[in-house]
Design a protein around this ligand. Structure first.
Ligand SMILES: Cc1cc2nc3c(=O)[nH]c(=O)nc-3n(C[C@H](O)[C@H](O)[C@H](O)COP(=O)(O)OP(=O)(O)OC[C@H]3O[C@@H](n4cnc5c(N)ncnc54)[C@H](O)[C@@H]3O)c2cc1C
Length: 316
């Protein structure tokens, strides 16, 4: 295999044929042809991506890997794990410039310390600002879109700034998420919050943390597997179909929260997880007539989708 990154002096941050499971919240997935963990800075990240694009290598950037299932057969081309962090307050005191690799928890805690309200919902949501900007992550009635002013994105032609209005935000959706070309990298976001009382902000964070501990399972999972259909909850529909505890190999529908599928085996298989997702989809369709759409994304090649699965899924 020729090395498109020769001369970039990346040390052990770039590896050929490297397993990616430890970089995903489900702890699943095979090896990437190339794995680059961007820890240094934005300039290095951009050099690596541009080198891969110049060599026509497929590139996928992930943050915390909290919303993606990587196939057992791995990822072709380059997988970038973005860990480039940074957080600067603008002079207005309510706007922050945040590097895409910054974790949501870290941003939430910083907001609390600065007396900025509006991001408490993210206190226990795994992942990075980059992933949240793409997914419009949200919880407890809040979401990422509510704070995004603009987003800096690396594209083939250079760095582009998208205003909030360009991003077509909706429930767990953005214009970036539905882009078929994947030739973009979120570098940073300008996010605006409201002034708030740090003690009250902390109180809400504690409340959300406690709620999560009460209602969601621990261990390896991808959070909510399916989007809530209009006017209903995916978890309620899955539970009503009697699927709590349903298992395919290492993957199990959580007893605690039916919209979570946990991987409870250190040597588990992404294909088990995938097959269970499809079984749940088919069973809910048969039970209630509702076609659940996945919130999680699949990266790499999986088995054939179930014939009754939703064609609008995030399978790519
Ligand atoms: C236990 C648990 C609880 C969860 N609870 C919630 C919740 O309450 N609400 C919620 O909305 N989600 C929840 N999630 C899902 C997840 O936390 C969010 O979707 C989060 O935004 C994913 O961020 P990430 O950095 O891990 O993104 P990843 O999973 O790494 O990537 C998600 C998508 O964004 C793309 N992407 C990531 N970074 C970049 C970048 N810099 N440039 C370009 N593309 C990029 C990826 O290619 C992929 O398409 C939960 C997950 C877990 C495991």
């Amino acid at each position: 295999m020729t090395n498109p990154f020769e001369g970039l002096l990346l040390g052990d941050t770039l590896q050929p044929n490297a397993p990616v499971g430890r970089y995903t919240a489900a702890r699943l997935g095979g090896a990437a042809d190339w794995l680059y963990v961007a820890r240094h800075d934005e300039d290095e990240l951009m050099k690596v991506i541009r080198a891969a694009w110049a060599a026509d290598l497929p590139v996928r950037v992930i943050g915390g890997g909290a919303n993606i299932l990587v196939a057992d057969s791995g990822v072709r081309g380059l997988l970038v794990v973005n860990r480039v962090v940074g957080l600067d307050a603008l002079p207005d005191g309510v706007t922050l410039s945040v590097a895409a690799g910054t974790s949501l928890t870290q941003l939430c805690r910083r907001c609390q310390a600065l007396g900025l309200a509006g991001f408490e919902w993210a206190v226990a949501v795994p992942g990075t600002v980059g992933g949240a900007v793409v997914n419009n992550a949200g919880a407890h009635g809040g979401d990422t879109a509510a704070s995004v002013v603009e987003v800096r994105v690396l594209e083939a032609d250079g760095v582009v700034t998208y205003a909030h209005a360009d991003l077509d935000y909706a429930y767990r959706h953005s214009a970036l998420k539905s882009r078929p070309d994947r030739r973009f990298v979120v570098l940073s976001a300008l996010m605006r919050f409201a002034p708030g009382d740090p003690a009250e902000i902390q109180e809400r964070m504690d409340e959300y943390n406690a709620h999560r501990k009460r209602t969601q399972p621990g261990g390896a999972s991808l959070g909510s597997v399916f989007k809530n259909p209009p006017g209903d909850f995916a978890g309620r529909l899955i539970e009503a179909a009697g699927l709590k505890g349903l298992r395919v190999g290492s993957a199990m529908v959580s007893d605690k929260h039916a919209n979570f599928i946990v991987n409870d085996d250190a040597s588990g298989s992404a294909n088990d997880y995938y097959r269970l997702v499809r079984q749940v989809q088919a069973a809910v369709l048969a039970h209630s007539g509702v076609s659940l759409e996945t919130e999680i994304e699949f990266i790499g090649e999986f088995g054939e989708p179930h014939p009754q699965s939703n064609p609008g899924d995030n399978l790519r």
